[in-house]
Design a binder for this molecule. Structure first.
Ligand SMILES: Cc1cc2nc3c(=O)[nH]c(=O)nc-3n(C[C@H](O)[C@H](O)[C@H](O)COP(=O)(O)O)c2cc1C
Length: 399
């Protein structure tokens, strides 16, 4: 039997925030909020049912402005009216003593719900895209970038008022911040342009500094600033940014703001086992290990993606301080407790329709976003089919 004791050693995030084990409930939108972006009763029941799942919990993506909305029924942190629902969400997540972090996002040109609503999306540079219908990606003006940074500032204030223990700025692949750092997406020539490293990195650093500024001025209790990002971007032999450039970005970020952690994220199978693709001294090495060796000790590193068994959790923790799981907690909120009690054989990643009420899974959850579960395949095909069925029910309910 795997020795899982490393997973249950306490970990300090600083500022008096002590976690009693290494598991994190990673961000996942259930797509069950209201169309206006308000947290629903179903969202609250879902969060409450998972309050004891892990000592650190991160909400799904909250959009900082309406042009960054990826999911039709995701929730918003773009307006003051969102605070009441968000504060109930924070309370539900913290009901059993966990620390709750609000994830702040702008999905840029991948804001598929914005696209459906507005017929266009924003990005660093203009593009003409054909899918799912021909549309423009409009270039953000300097004025709009300034206002975007302010949106992150306002969102952070709202997170503090709502009673969260921190915010996570996500620059994972495809989101707006990441596309500014990417030479694939950024063709600008101004101060945010692709002509040199400092210009490409500017938006990331400005947002982190703006968020930190609000925390320093307005948070009375310890309040964490986490960062979620994809450490390299490649397409075949081409490089959007290399892991060395990402490390340089992290060096600069850590020098400017106290980051509570770096969550390593990407789309795909067993992401925690990804190897470096970009040419250079790290090519072929384990991405997580490179980051852990280069950044470890300066900020906690969180592995994510595909960690759905005690064996994989132990393997991931060899190159990280924390391990994040997303989809396993949908179907088994007691995932960690079973590992701790040596009852891993009782982990249920396969669920049936009759299990849904006891798991507080919203009737219409994951509407249209089940394909996201197919990228990682952390849940068995049967469970994913069940969720696909729920999405179909929802469409029938509405028509
Ligand atoms: C339905 C669904 C919704 C997701 N929503 C988010 C999100 O809001 N923010 C985010 O950073 N990642 C999101 N993700 C990615 C997950 O956090 C995670 O990286 C991915 O599911 C792989 O981890 P797992 O194997 O533990 O499930 C989502 C994934 C799925 C399947």
């Amino acid at each position: 039997m795997t020795d899982t004791s490393s997973l249950f050693s306490p970990f300090s995030l600083g500022e008096g925030i002590e976690l009693d084990n290494r598991f994190v409930l990673s961000p996942m939108v259930t797509n069950s909020s209201s169309q206006e972006g308000y947290v629903s009763q179903e969202d609250l029941a879902y969060a409450r049912r998972r309050a004891a799942s892990a000592p650190l919990q991160i909400t799904g993506a909250a959009y900082v402005n309406p042009y960054g909305q990826l999911f039709e029924f995701g929730f918003s942190v773009a307006k003051d009216e969102d605070i009441a629902g968000l504060s109930q969400l924070a309370k539900a997540m913290k009901a059993e003593g966990a620390r709750a972090i609000l994830q702040l996002t702008h999905a840029g040109r991948f804001a598929s719900h914005t696209l459906a609503r507005e017929g266009f999306v924003y990005g660093p540079s203009p593009m003409r895209l054909q899918s799912p219908f021909p549309h423009d990606v409009k270039e953000l003006t300097l004025e709009q970038i300034k206002s975007l940074v302010d949106d992150y500032r306002q969102a952070t204030k709202r997170a503090i008022l709502a009673g969260f223990d921190g915010v996570e700025v996500s620059s994972a692949q495809r989101l707006l911040i990441q596309t500014f750092f990417s030479t694939f997406s950024n063709q600008r020539t101004d101060v945010y342009g692709a002509q040199d490293f400092a210009s490409r990195a500017r938006l990331t650093l400005e947002i982190l500094e703006a968020v930190h500024g609000v925390i320093a001025r307005e948070a009375t209790d310890p309040f964490l600033l986490g960062f979620r990002a994809t450490p390299e971007e490649t397409r075949g032999n081409q490089i959007g940014y290399s892991i060395e450039e990402f490390l340089q970005l992290m060096d600069e970020a850590v020098a400017k703001v106290p980051l509570a952690y770096l969550a390593i994220a990407s789309w795909g199978h067993d992401v925690f086992r990804n190897r470096v693709r970009s040419k250079g001294p790290y090519q072929g090495l384990l991405v997580n290990d490179v980051l852990y060796q280069c950044l470890g000790g300066r900020l906690p590193i969180m592995a994510t993606g595909g960690i759905n068994s005690p064996e994989k959790a132990v393997e991931a923790l060899a190159h990280a301080d924390l391990v994040g799981a997303s989809t396993p907690f949908i179907v088994d909120p007691e995932f960690v407790h079973k590992i701790k009690a040596g009852r891993a054989d009782e982990i249920h990643l396969k669920i049936k329709a009759v299990d849904l009420p006891s798991l507080a899974i919203p009737n219409a959850s994951f509407k249209d976003i089940v394909p996201l579960m197919d990228y990682g395949e952390s849940l068995p095909a049967d469970s994913r089919s069940l969720f696909r069925g729920l999405a179909v029910n929802y469409r029938e309910e509405k028509s």
